[in-house]
Write a protein that binds this ligand. Structure first.
Ligand code: AMP
Length: 218
C-alpha cells in the first residue's frame, strides 16, 4: 500500500501515521521529521532548510524532491510507504506523480485528516514530544498530559516543545497550509484517490476510520 496523508498542522497526521505504520509494517516518511533530522545533523539540506522552517514557510521544492526521490527509490519503500507532509504544494505533487510513475508504484489512497480550525492552534501550542527519538511519544498539556510533568510516560526521557510550535509561528504555518497545501485536496479528488476522515475526538475511533478508508480490517 502506498498511502499519503494530507491535513493541516495539528490535525494529528504524525500520531495516526505512526500507528498505521506499526499496523501495516510500512515505513512512515515524515517530511518534517526528516528535515529536523537534517537540521540537527547540519547536512547541506538541513542548513538550507533551517531559515525557512524558523519562519513557518515551505522549504524550497528541490530540497524535498531530492530527499523523497532518494527515500522512495530505496529498498525500504519497495513494499509500500506512508507519506506525511510531502507533497505540500502542487509542484511537489506533480514531481511525486512523475517519480512514482517511473517506479511503477502510484499512490493507492490519500487520506485527508480534517480538523476544525478552532482546534488546530490549541492542539499545536500545547503539544510536547519525547526527546528520545526512538520513542518520540507525543503529549498535550490539556488533552493528553504525561503522568509526571515534563517526563515521558513510556521511557522517562525529558519532553520538549518543537521550536515552531510556539504561538507566533503557528499562524504562519496555518496560512502556508491554506495557501499552498489545501489545493491538493482538489488535486487528489480529481484523481479519485481522496478519502476524508474527521480527525476530532477519540484517537482510537479516528484510527478505525482510517483503517476503513484504507480498506484494512481492524
Ligand atoms: P511539519 O513537521 O510537517 O509541520 O513541518 C515543519 C516544517 O518543515 C514546515 O513548517 C516547513 O517549513 C518544513 N516542511 C515540511 N514538509 C515540507 C514540504 N513538503 N515542503 C516544504 N517544506 C516542508
Amino acid at each position: 500500500m502506498r498511502i499519503l496523508f494530507l491535513g493541516a498542522p495539528g490535525a494529528g497526521k504524525g500520531t495516526q501515521c505512526k500507528r498505521l505504520s506499526a499496523k501495516l509494517n510500512l515505513p512512515h516518511l515524515s517530511s518534517g521529521d526528516l528535515l529536523r533530522e537534517a537540521v540537527k545533523a547540519g547536512s547541506p539540506a538541513g542548513v538550507e532548510a533551517k531559515g525557512y522552517m524558523d519562519k513557518g514557510v515551505l522549504v524550497p521544492d528541490p530540497v524535498l524532491i531530492k530527499m523523497f526521490g532518494e527515500k522512495l527509490s530505496s529498498q525500504e519503500c519497495k513494499n509500500g510507504f506512508i507519506l506525511d507532509g510531502f507533497p505540500r504544494n502542487l509542484a511537489q505533487a506533480q514531481s511525486l506523480d512523475e517519480l512514482l510513475e517511473s517506479l511503477k508504484s502510484n499512490l493507492t489512497t490519500v487520506i485527508n485528516l480534517e480538523v476544525d480550525d478552532s482546534l488546530l492552534t490549541e492542539r499545536i501550542c500545547g503539544r510536547w514530544t519525547c526527546s528520545n527519538k526512538a520513542c518520540a511519544a507525543v503529549y498535550h498539556v490539556k488533552f493528553a498530559p504525561p503522568k509526571a510533568e515534563g517526563k515521558c510516560d513510556v521511557c522517562g526521557s525529558e519532553l520538549g516543545q518543537r521550536a515552531d510550535d510556539k504561538e507566533e509561528l503557528v499562524k504562519a504555518r496555518l496560512n502556508t497550509y491554506r495557501e499552498q497545501t489545501q489545493p491538493l485536496i482538489e488535486y487528489y479528488t480529481q484523481k479519485k484517490l481522496l478519502k476524508t476522515v474527521k480527525g476530532e475526538g477519540d484517537q482510537e475511533e479516528i484510527f478505525q476510520d482510517i483503517l476503513k478508508s484504507t480498506k484494512v480490517t481492524a
